[in-house]
Design a protein around this ligand. Structure first.
Ligand SMILES: Cc1cc2nc3c(=O)[nH]c(=O)nc-3n(C[C@H](O)[C@H](O)[C@H](O)COP(=O)(O)OP(=O)(O)OC[C@H]3O[C@@H](n4cnc5c(N)ncnc54)[C@H](O)[C@@H]3O)c2cc1C
Length: 503
């Protein structure tokens, strides 16, 4: 895992840098306007968010609701027309969209804090209270229950367009931000470390008032104290700011669609196959969503075959192919006094393997997305900060990608508001480096865990299969380990819990 070693050592160097270069404080400012100085013309903004996907919208919503940032002048730009700010999606009649996200309780907390969760509650949202993971060898399995950690749910599966709709409805409720869309950003200038900048020779057109300049495809120019790059995995902002990144293709595509199942359920099921994991997520009633990560060739076959053949293939992959289901003998033995003696206390430790529901219909179009692991070595440069997929992309096997992005949004808002409180310039790199340090320490360990899973499950070799089964068994039976894993996956524990990492 050399990429992780390099990235972590860079993260630690960056943190040392941010300690050795304290933020230059002006006299204590009383208002945001005083702290940031006046904006002179209509094309000047405190913050320009490039990319109005879930993470860009989350940053905008966070800025709108934090009392120290809500008077900032903000623009949000997206190349696509934005989703209508409506919370009238039908709960039961319409078929769910195949693009969904499993949201962790931490993300739900953020959405509650910015008061956008209420719109998701009006719309379709599917809680899940258990997870079951197993592999094709049939040697072992792991079940997790919300009850193991004293909770009612492990998370919620929500359509991406419902999440977007909730965030934009909230932004519109507050009359916050100029929404500029559809408009594509062609260039961002005045934001990279460059020889001329280091020598202090600044191009006046690029850096009016020392601001970054954002150029749109229609020729319009905006000037910003801070540009937030929320423009996804192929980020233009990252490129224009000269922020280098690491990328490894998984040579897998994730096929998604909406399915009908033989019964309703509230479990997230995942079976690891030699070609990649297949996951079925509850979507309410008898709707489910599938995320099937497989070879690009099989993804094409699965997308183009007839509906009946596809449904048969899904059932085969989940149930019928390879060996029998894992045995439930050990958990049954532990249900009695032996379990209590060994300290096996989490309720799911004693639960037998449960067969997933049969798939009866495919209800939507099938789409697929190439998968890769990517990470920007640095998330910030003068007047620029990266969030979400622009900074990092992960395999969807644990449904963490956008949750990491919501973590970025939460952290960015708290660091910007802390900066405003002490009169710092929000585009000042020494302030932004505090965000980078905090988020690398949150994101890199999760990325390493997910990449490790992806690798461990893509090998079909006797001793490795046995080691994997042992690891599954340990995760199933050892209650403290189980609770740690659940809390980590729910975004509720990690190294960020330690006080020394708090801003
Ligand atoms: C199959 C699959 C399943 C997934 N499931 C989950 C899950 O269950 N849970 C989870 O947490 N994550 C999941 N993810 C990951 C999640 O979808 C991403 O992490 C998330 O969409 C990233 O959001 P973002 O806002 O950072 O970027 P994007 O969603 O990529 O948004 C970027 C936005 O920027 C705009 N843009 C780009 N370039 C420009 C430009 N030059 N000018 C103007 N606008 C621009 C685009 O139009 C877009 O709206 C999944 C991913 C896949 C592929």
């Amino acid at each position: 895992m050399s990429w992780l070693r390099t990235a972590t050592s860079k993260a630690l160097k960056a943190s040392a840098r941010s300690y050795s270069q304290p933020i230059l404080l002006r006299a204590m400012a009383t208002t945001t306007q005083q702290a940031q100085g006046r904006l002179n013309t209509k094309d000047e903004f405190d913050v320009v968010i490039i990319g109005g996907g879930m993470v860009g919208a989350a940053v905008c919503c966070g800025l709108a609701t934090n009392k120290l940032t809500n008077s900032l002048r903000v623009a949000i730009i997206d190349g696509k027309p934005l989703t209508e700010g409506s919370h009238t999606l039908h709960k039961t009649s319409a078929i769910p969209d195949p693009r969904v996200s499993a949201l962790t309780p931490s993300t739900v907390n953020f959405l509650e804090e910015v008061d956008a969760w209420k719109y998701i509650l009006y719309s379709r949202h599917a809680p899940f209270d258990s997870m079951q993971v197993w592999d094709y060898t049939g040697l072992s399995y792991t079940r997790y229950n919300a009850a193991d950690v004293g909770k009612h749910v492990l998370g919620y599966v929500v359509e991406n367009n419902v999440i977007l709709s909730a965030l934009y409805t909230r932004i519109q409720d507050l009359g916050f931000a100029s929404l500029i869309c559809p408009a594509t950003v062609k260039a961002v200038k005045g934001c990279a470390y460059s020889p001329s900048k280091l020598a202090g020779e600044e191009n006046e057109e690029e850096t009016r008032n020392g601001f970054a300049q954002v150029e749109l495809d229609d020729g319009q120019r905006l000037h910003a104290r801070l540009v937030v790059g929320a423009d996804g995995a192929s980020s233009k902002v990252r490129e224009m700011a000269g922020l280098k990144s690491f990328k490894r293709e998984y040579k897998q595509e994730a096929l998604v669609c909406t399915l009908e199942t033989s019964r309703s359920h509230s479990t997230a099921w995942q079976r690891f196959l030699p070609t990649g994991p297949i996951a079925i997520l509850p979507m309410g009633a008898t709707f489910s969503n599938i995320v099937w990560s497989t070879s690009p060739l099989q993804a094409i076959e699965l997308k183009t075959m007839g509906e009946e053949d596809f449904v048969a293939k899904v059932n085969e992959a989940l149930v019928d192919s390879f060996g029998p289901f894992p045995s439930s003998r050990i958990p049954q033995l532990l249900a009695g006094p032996l379990g209590s003696f060994l300290g096996v206390t989490a309720s799911s430790c004693k639960e037998p393997f449960e067969a997933p529901p049969y798939i009866t219909k495919c209800l939507s179009k099938r789409a697929s997305f190439p998968l890769s692991l990517a990470h920007a070595y640095n998330y910030v440069s003068p007047r620029v900060v990266l969030v979400g997929d622009a900074a990092h992309t992960v395999h969807p096997l644990a449904g963490q990608g956008v949750n990491l992005g919501f973590g970025d949004a939460t952290s960015l808002i708290s660091i910007l508001s802390a900066g405003i409180e002490v009169g710092a310039d929000i585009g000042e790199v020494s302030l932004l480096e505090r965000y980078e340090k905090k988020q690398k320490l949150a994101n890199l360990p999760m990325m390493a865990v997910l990449d490790g899973f992806q690798k461990a499950f893509s090998m079909d070799f006797g001793p490795i299969n046995a080691a994997r089964a042992a690891a599954f068994g340990a995760a199933q039976l050892f209650s403290p380990l189980k609770r740690q894993i659940i809390s980590y996956a729910m975004g509720e524990s990690g190294i960020l819990d330690s006080k020394i990492f708090q801003v």
